[in-house]
Design a protein around this ligand. Structure first.
Ligand code: LFR
Length: 424
């Protein structure tokens, strides 16, 4: 039996999942799980990469203890965040994408190149946290001075394991710097921003074998978690997907990027997939619910939260994608501000969050059909959020599509699939 190890790290937790093929079907077993989250340091939100790397190694040890030989491993994480290097030394801190440091530079970036032109070139959605804006903030603070390398988070962790430095395509498409025409970094944007060209080498495609760690082959998967998730969905035909985790990503595979006016207006993103384009939209996702939970009822389990939401009779909803929800000091205050204080009980906040998310999904699906000129029958829902039966029902009502909820670790499955194809 050939065992492969997927290390899938999300903004709130990471997991190590071993996979193997048996009778033509992929089998999996979770061998390790750890908590992740941002840390506040000197007024900024940062990732603790030292702990992340330690957890990566702990989980590999756990996999080796459970399965005698692991043939290969790969790592995926969220997109946009990166580690700057001076020689072989990382420059700390590693900023987290919800940190507000980029807000002040958005207009400066757009003065160098208007967003409509950035979108025409890259097809990448506008998010103030895109690497483009983060890098510009680094540039004007002098943080790029003397920098010799830049690795996205999964590339950084793989480098620490096996010593190879590569830049992977799917993750690079989240930076806002990759050309839809060439599939490589866009020289025009790099020049307009005056970013050091040597930090942006040629990109590698998923499936490349990078090196070894303790006898295990280190492989490049689709290192952007959402790209691995889309690759991991067992889908019949090409239907829309909803990858429901800290973020909800709703979209569909297309053969080409769609960068017309309605795509730009709706903030649809074209990101790299494994042989296709991911045309998708970021929706605030379980972040809303998780933050409310921390603030209102840390002790409550997920089932109790859903029950409280179902029992509330408060039918107020908000625009779940309003910028005020991205990184508020208090999520409760953000909901109070958005509803004019209409939410009276704990269940009401959660009800509002779930109903608002479902409405956003409904709206996004309508736009998806208009922008692609297609009509869809189904919506495949994967990720932690797919376990929420009530939300799935609300989603079905709001979208008018048959919801196929697959409460599976699609991201790990996609990560494993690419390894299995790469290391035969
Ligand atoms: C989901 C995700 C989204 C990306 C966001 C920030 O985990 O990767 O696709 O927009 O995180 O990187």
């Amino acid at each position: 039996m050939r065992y492969c190890l997927a290390i899938d790290i999300g903004a709130s937790s990471g997991r190590h999942i071993v996979g193997w093929m048996e009778n033509g079907r992929m089998q999996t077993e979770e061998v390790y799980r750890f908590a992740n989250g941002v840390r506040r340091e000197k007024g900024h939100l940062v990732w603790d990469v030292e702990t992340l790397f330690r957890e990566v190694k702990e989980g590999i040890a756990a996999a080796k203890a459970r399965f005698a030989t692991i043939a290969s491993l790969s790592i995926d994480t969220w997109g946009v965040d990166y580690v700057l290097l001076k020689g072989d030394r990382e420059v700390l801190p590693v900023y987290a994408y919800r940190d507000g440091r980029t807000e002040a530079v958005v207009s400066l970036v757009h003065r160098r190149m208007p967003f409509s032109e950035l979108y025409r070139r890259t097809g990448c959605q506008f998010q103030s946290f895109n690497s483009l804006y983060q890098l510009y903030a680094d540039k004007i603070s002098g943080r790029l001075d003397g920098i010799t390398g830049l690795l996205m988070l999964p590339e950084y962790l793989l480098w620490k394991l096996c010593g190879a430095q590569v830049r992977e395509y799917t993750n690079a498409t989240t930076t806002g710097l990759v050309s839809t025409c060439t599939g490589e970094y866009d020289n025009g944007i790099l020049e307009a921003m005056d970013f050091p060209r040597q930090l942006f080498p040629k990109l590698s495609r998923p499936g490349k074998v990078l090196g070894e760690y303790e006898g295990i082959k280190c492989v490049l998967c689709a290192t952007h978690d959402t790209a691995s998730a889309v690759e991991g969905i067992p889908m019949e035909g090409n239907q829309p997907y909803l990858s429901s985790g800290t973020w909800s990503l709703l979209g569909v595979k297309t053969s080409r990027p769609l960068t017309g006016e309605s795509s730009q207006k709706g903030n649809w993103s074209n990101e790299g997939g494994v042989g296709y384009n991911r045309y998708q939209k970021n929706i605030m996702g379980m972040w809303l619910v998780n933050q409310l939970r921390k603030e209102l009822c840390n002790g409550l389990g997920f089932a109790e939260i859903v029950q409280a939401a179902q029992q509330s009779d408060c039918d107020v909803s908000v625009d779940a994608n309003a910028p005020g929800f991205l990184a508020p000091e208090s999520m409760k205050d953000a909901f109070d501000a958005a509803t004019g204080g209409a939410l009276k009980d704990v269940g009401g906040y959660f009800r509002c969050a779930f109903r608002s998310l479902a409405q956003c999904y409904g709206q996004a699906l309508q736009e998806l059909e208009i922008n692609t000129g297609r009509s869809f029958e189904k919506l495949y829902v994967v990720g932690g959020g797919a376990k929420n039966v009530w939300l799935n029902r609300l989603t079905q009502e709001a979208t008018g599509k048959t919801v196929i909820a697959l409460p599976i670790e699609a991201t790990a499955l996609g990560n494993l699939k690419i390894q299995m194809e790469a290391v035969q």
